[in-house]
Design a protein around this ligand. Structure first.
Ligand SMILES: *Cc1c(COP(=O)(O)O)cnc(C)c1O
Length: 365
């Protein structure tokens, strides 16, 4: 018996998500230490102290189920952004939310629109529910919103937009998103995935909660894995109109967010100093990456996230492998259809120095 024959049609066309290589795995494989990982857009400052304290305070309660309604975290999101708690939906990482949106609004044969080179979880959740993927060819590696509009039809249920996009770092301005939303029929749900918004300069960042007041079919999705440093705990939140939040809440697994994640998230939501430090490092170090690429004659995609994607104009796999031997883990993105590119997460200054040195050495050989 070949069990693939009895799998859901969409699942047959899926391949497993390729995560960044864990440090321990490279240690085992090459027997080297002092490895740096710039592969998964994680927070280079490590786990925030404020979250550590929240976890310690929570330890004695782990025998109980978590708060199924996430009261305190919803209250923290509500207070920080001036939205009502009943507009907030919590997820076990924003990946969990992305899946929840698809489950709630789309079914077999419904159409879901997203961009070529957009976050790989969009095709994953689309195919897993056997919906029809409408992948719109990218424009300069980013979203072609005109193409999105042209693809909308009576079967369209959901649109995913990553802003900034991963793995390309492309960014849509508020005016561009606003103009787009004005043209989308109100029975089509638009998900604005803002996992990296904290890295975008404040004057450029979208006032997405303002857009939400204008467009009730909008869902804003945010993550605490990147700027907030909680990737290992898995926690994210969505903000939408209350009616949509109520629908999401019906489909959600009752205890999808664990107590440690909930408590840590509340702590870091109020830890503005930490996020400020992280964003500032990213701003300064991104400028160094751009200068480095320019000096080395390397082409890169300008990025508003905490990573930069370099075009080596040749298959990047050997460069990736050679960097591993130098103890530097970056991210190949051939799985996105970008075999000549590597995506590098912006690290601490000394980590970035290591990368610059290693890359120069690797490209010389
Ligand atoms: C990293 C990332 C996420 C966040 O994932 P989590 O499940 O919250 O860790 C969401 N969207 C995009 C585009 C990402 O790159």
């Amino acid at each position: 018996m070949q069990y693939i024959n009895i799998a859901n049609e969409g699942v047959k066309s899926l391949s497993p998500y390729q995560a960044g290589k864990p440090i321990e795995e490279l240690e085992r494989e090459l027997g080297i230490t002092n490895i740096i990982k710039l592969a998964s857009n994680e927070n280079p400052f490590g786990f925030p102290e404020s979250a550590k304290q929240a976890i310690i305070n929570q330890l004695n309660d782990l025998t109980r189920y978590p708060d199924a309604n996430g009261f305190e975290l919803k209250a923290a999101v509500s207070k920080k952004f001036g939205v009502a708690p009943n507009q907030v939906t919590l997820g076990n990482g924003s990946n969990d939310l992305l899946e929840l949106f698809a489950h709630t609004f789309a079914g077999e044969k419904d159409e879901i629109i997203y961009s070529q080179y957009a976050f790989i979880v969009y095709p994953l959740v689309t195919k897993a529910i056997n919906a029809v993927a409408r992948e719109i060819p990218a424009k300069n590696w980013g979203h072609d919103l005109e193409g999105f509009l042209a693809a909308i039809n009576e079967k369209t249920k959901l649109i995913f937009i990553a802003n900034p996009n991963n793995p390309t770092g492309n960014f849509l301005t508020e005016a561009e998103v606003d103009r787009f939303l004005a043209e989308v029929p109100e029975n089509v749900i638009v998900v604005l995935d803002e996992a990296y918004t904290e890295f975008t300069a404040e004057h450029e960042r979208l006032n997405s909660f303002g857009l939400l007041q204008k467009y009730p079919n909008l869902i804003i999705s945010r993550s605490l894995s990147k700027a907030y440093g909680l990737a290992g705990l898995r926690i994210g939140y969505a903000v939408s109109n209350p009616e949509i939040a109520d629908l999401l809440n019906r489909v959600r697994q009752p205890f999808n967010c664990n107590s440690l994640a909930l408590a840590s998230a509340v702590a870091v939501m109020n830890d503005d100093e930490f996020v400020k430090k992280v964003a500032e490092n990213n701003r300064l170090e991104m400028a160094r990456y751009e200068a480095f690429c320019q000096a080395q004659g390397l082409e890169y995609i300008p990025s508003k996230g905490n990573f930069i994607t370099i075009d080596f104009k040749q298959p990047a796999a050997p460069i990736y492998e050679a960097l591993l031997r130098e103890g530097v883990i970056v991210r190949p993105i051939a799985g996105y259809g970008m075999p000549n590119h590597l995506r590098i997460s912006i690290g601490l200054p000394e980590e970035n120095d290591r990368f610059f040195k290693a890359l120069i050495k690797v490209l010389k050989n």
